[in-house]
Design a protein around this ligand. Structure first.
Ligand code: ZN
Length: 130
């Protein structure tokens, strides 16, 4: 079972998609299994990180920008090589255990869609496996 969701990403940010992933779990009827969340884009990604303090995402964006600044020597014509580097660093997917019909996330964890090349209209997929 594959569920597909659309997402508007007006700025470089992490978008909390935990609710959509949990909705896919409920719709699937699977109570014990695995959810795979996949981003089919090359300048965005999926990660799991803290949801309690929004400054964590703020600091992450500062940190990854310092790690991958735009550089004059980049050759990619589209001009978004930094976004490609950030996307591969974060990764295109996450796997989450489903137990008793719920995502087995830690207390402070959320699933995030990470936009690095805004503004974009995006999508992501959730595959539920029994
Ligand atoms: Zn590009």
């Amino acid at each position: 079972m594959i569920f597909e969701y659309k997402l508007s990403a007006p700025r470089e940010d992490f978008y909390d998609i935990t609710n959509e992933v949990q909705l896919a779990v409920v719709a699937s009827g699977v109570t014990d299994g695995v959810a795979i969340v996949f981003c089919p884009h090359t300048t965005a990604g999926i990660t799991i990180n803290e949801n309690a303090d929004p400054d964590v995402v703020y600091d992450f964006l500062i940190g990854i920008d310092k790690a991958f600044p735009d550089r004059k020597e980049f050759k990619h014509e589209e001009g978004n090589s930094a976004a490609h580097l950030k996307a591969s660093t974060v990764g295109a997917s996450e796997t989450i255990i489903i137990s008793k019909g719920k995502l087995l996330l830690g207390t402070w964890q959320s699933v995030y869609f990470c936009e690095f090349d805004p503004p974009r209209e995006r999508k992501f997929m959730v595959k539920i496996i029994q």
